[in-house]
Design a protein around this ligand. Structure first.
Ligand SMILES: Nc1ncnc2c1ncn2[C@@H]1O[C@H](COP(=O)(O)OP(=O)(O)OP(=O)(O)O)[C@@H](O)[C@H]1O
Length: 311
């Protein structure tokens, strides 16, 4: 029998008034892995995580974490999970290190507070009340609070949003270390490089529904294998995507990523490359780069939904 998932979301429906935030979502998270939930703004990622954390009750369907119901079994579950919310999570007047020590005491085998705070650069603001911490400091404290208890499952909502590159790398290393320590990590992110580097498994959601699941490699290999990325120096003329699509024929798909880049998916062979460069020539488009490559997670999302992942 396969091991039971650490987190199971089974036909979850969540509504805010008329808005359907999560629309019959199914996903399973294998224990001791890092699972990334990807999706554009408003896809329902935070709502799903908050339901797994026991902050919201499913309107339909079921959620189970470590075999427990996050609402009904909240008291039993709380010491076994770590939570990093997108914002907040600490009392406004509490000092940063006091808060971290408090959370550590709620768990049976916490990490040492000092070294964790030092690694996340929290020692320098350890005596600062939470409300006076900068946004970045609050975020690092939130991450430390999620991990300090050595939880069995850590839910981290956009852990590196807005972090500088060095702290981002430290965060990635920390998440990899806790996974090696046996922690199951469920994270949401908008950063493709984060998901590609960290995640064992990715669930892509859009409009509250699962649109694809797999390891980053499986997702990037599935379907069309190759891409040609055309980046230009001046914005494309209106209708450029349609015009290039017509020039390339039915075997290829053309998506406009932004005003300066187009992605061609399909056979990225010499003939297609020749057609792209002829099209540039005929339309007065000056390429800055024309790159052949395997599609990345962002391309996968675009192919599946026709829209980009980033805000
Ligand atoms: N408290 C709320 N009241 C009303 N609508 C809400 C509330 N929270 C979320 N929504 C709506 O539910 C939908 C899903 O939101 P959610 O925050 O779960 O998405 P998300 O994928 O986490 O987005 P983001 O990447 O921007 O954090 C969106 O349409 C959002 O506007």
């Amino acid at each position: 029998m396969p091991p039971s998932p650490a987190v199971l979301v089974d036909g979850l429906v969540m509504r805010y008034g008329e808005t359907i935030a999560v629309d019959g979502l199914h996903l399973a998270v294998e224990a001791q892995t890092i699972t990334a939930v990807l999706g554009p703004n408003g896809a329902g990622k935070t709502t799903t995580l908050e339901t797994c954390e026991g902050y919201r009750k499913p309107h339909h369907g079921r959620v189970s974490v470590l075999g427990l119901d996050p609402v009904r079994d909240r008291r039993a579950l709380l010491p076994r999970i770590g939570v990093m919310l997108q914002a907040g999570g600490a009392w406004s007047g509490v000092r940063a290190l006091e808060m971290l020590e408090h959370v550590a005491r709620l768990h049976a085998h916490p990490l040492e507070v000092g070294p964790l705070a030092e690694r996340l650069g929290l020692h320098e603001c350890g005596r600062t009340p939470y409300r006076r911490l900068s946004g970045g400091q609050q975020q690092r404290l939130g991450l430390a609070m999620a991990l300090v208890g050595r939880p069995e499952v850590a839910f981290v909502d956009e852990p590196t949003a807005g972090m500088d590159p060095a702290v981002r790398r430290t965060t990635w290393e920390l998440l990899e270390e806790v996974r090696a320590d046996g922690v199951t990590v469920v994270l949401t992110t908008h950063y493709m490089d984060e998901a590609e580097r960290l995640a064992d498994h990715v669930h892509i959601i859009d409009r509250g529904r699962l649109v694809a699941s797999g390891s980053p490699l499986e997702l990037m290999r599935g379907g069309t294998v190759s891409t040609i990325r055309l980046v230009v120096t001046e914005p494309f003329p209106p209708g450029a995507g349609d015009s290039l699509r017509a020039a390339l024929g039915p075997d290829t798909e053309v998506s406009q990523l932004d005003s300066l880049s187009l992605l061609v998916t399909g056979p990225a062979d010499a003939s297609t490359l020749g057609k792209v460069s002829r099209w540039c020539d005929e339309h007065g488009v000056v390429p800055e780069s024309l790159t052949l490559g395997q599609r990345n997670l962002e391309d996968v999302f675009l192919e599946l939904t026709g829209r980009g992942l980033r805000p």
